[in-house]
Design a protein around this ligand. Structure first.
Ligand SMILES: *Cc1c(COP(=O)(O)O)cnc(C)c1O
Length: 438
């Protein structure tokens, strides 16, 4: 039995209809932006392995730092104990995090980073003796797959079986250019009605919604409304953090600063599972009390894992190098040039770009048409050695920063090929099994 067949006997994959899915592609090695399969194929990882990878696969510097940490201290209980990697990483995170953030609470993924922020926000008001209940979120948002994170995410097919178990959330429109004033009005109405504990949002780019983008100016206006009504703000930078949008954080484009920030994905450069929720002193101080019931009773077995923190430190070393920052600018520049090239081609509805994130939205010829087409596009990418996972009729690129110009050319050429398929200029067979799961 080969690896894919053995996999089929024992594994249940995420976001995958196991009955109809194509066999998974066994990857045996990674280097830079490339992944190598068991059968000798090479793939460009144009989606940074679900948006986590910053510096390329199996990076020798991160590997060395992780190996050193493993041989020194692999894990220690994080209540009553601490260790150098967690403290140093927190110190260094706070140096680059948006102004005002002063404490780091570790967890182990993006969903838990969101859960922690929501619990901090709700208990903040409890500890102050006021029960503010309502949470505001964007209608199309995605904040993770645990119950709290699902609650503040879009009510979509992903969460439909759980709707009756999710807490109520006040949803407002995403303030895209056409929807700006409407979104502001909706927030103002909820804010004026009172009882709002917090507003959670993906700053500037909503990833899972389809790389939907909006301006820092309108987010500043929304945050100002929150400030005026004493509503806590939670920036979910799980996807946008660590250079993705062109600056360290999407929040760096804003005048207003959030009370809490959620981090994961790029936090370790995509090597180890780690989450972090940062907050400002105002939040932190609300939990300092002689009355023990005011404590934040939350933690995970692997909270502050030293190996994950060491990976985070190594990734940050790389991120702050001039070479990496130049590469982020180079990718943004190349994306912008490609956007110009493709935006007026047939069937291209819109091209969006923010830093290293590029999205091409094709005309949607009806849902059933597109659910077939996206499998065709995905398999076309795979057949051309490029991993691109369409979100419906939207193709996006979120590459590792080390991607070369030549590799970017191949990614862009593949997207042009997809445009030709969508506009009927090129034929590519539809795969007979599901190629795409989200
Ligand atoms: C991926 C993502 C999450 C969830 O992170 P996981 O590590 O997958 O649980 C939360 N928020 C945003 C914005 C994300 O993109």
């Amino acid at each position: 039995m080969n690896l894919a067949e053995r996999d089929q006997n024992v594994i249940w994959h995420p976001y995958t209809q196991m009955k109809t899915a194509a066999l998974p592609i066994p990857i045996v090695r990674g280097e830079g932006a490339l992944l190598f399969s068991e059968d000798g194929q090479t793939y460009i990882d144009a989606v940074a392995s679900w948006w986590v990878n910053l510096h390329g696969h199996a990076h020798p510097y991160i590997a060395q730092k992780v190996a050193e940490q493993l041989q020194t201290l692999e894990h220690v209980i994080f209540a009553g104990f601490t260790h150098p990697a967690a403290v140093t990483f927190a110190e260094r995170l706070l140096q680059i995090l948006p102004q005002g953030q002063s404490r780091i609470f570790y967890s182990d993924n993006g969903s838990t980073a969101v859960e922690v922020a929501l619990k901090m926000a709700i208990q903040y008001w409890n500890n102050h003796g006021t029960t503010k209940k309502k949470i505001i979120a964007f209608r199309d948002s995605y904040h993770g797959d645990t119950f709290g994170a699902m609650s503040v995410s879009a009510r979509s097919a992903f969460t439909a079986p759980f709707w009756s178990y999710l807490f109520e959330v006040a949803f407002i429109d995403v303030p895209t250019p056409g929807n700006k004033e409407e979104s502001i009005k909706q927030l103002e109405a909820f804010a004026a009605a009172g009882d709002v504990a917090a507003f959670i949002y993906e700053p500037l780019v909503l990833g899972t919604a389809g790389m939907v983008m909006y301006t820092p100016e309108v987010l500043d206006r929304l945050m100002l409304i929150c400030q005026q009504h004493d509503i806590l703000t939670i920036a979910d930078e799980v996807m946008t953090g660590f250079g993705r949008t062109g600056r360290h954080f999407a929040t760096d484009y804003l005048q207003q600063k959030p009370d809490m920030v959620c981090l994961s994905k790029g936090l370790t450069g995509g090597t180890m599972a780690l989450g972090a929720t940062s907050c400002n002193e105002k939040i932190y101080e609300a939990f300092l009390h002689d009355d023990k019931s005011k404590t934040l009773f939350h933690g995970h077995s692997y909270t502050g894992n030293p190996v994950a923190c060491a990976a985070g430190l190594a990734s940050m070393d790389l991120l702050l190098q001039t070479e990496t920052q130049e590469s982020i600018n180079r990718i943004a520049q190349r994306h912008a040039e490609f956007a110009q090239r493709i935006k007026d081609l047939p069937q291209v509805l819109e091209v969006r770009q923010q830093g290293t994130i590029l999205a091409v939205e094709f005309e949607d010829g009806g849902t059933s048409y597109f659910s077939d087409l996206r499998d065709t596009l995905y398999s076309y990418g795979i057949d051309n050695g490029v991993i691109l996972r369409p979100l419906g009729n939207i193709i996006y690129v979120i590459p590792p920063y080390c991607i070369t110009d030549k590799q970017l050319d191949q990614v862009y050429q593949t997207i042009i090929g997809m445009q030709e398929i969508v506009s009927g200029k090129r034929h590519h067979p539809r795969p007979d099994r599901d190629m795409l799961h989200d």
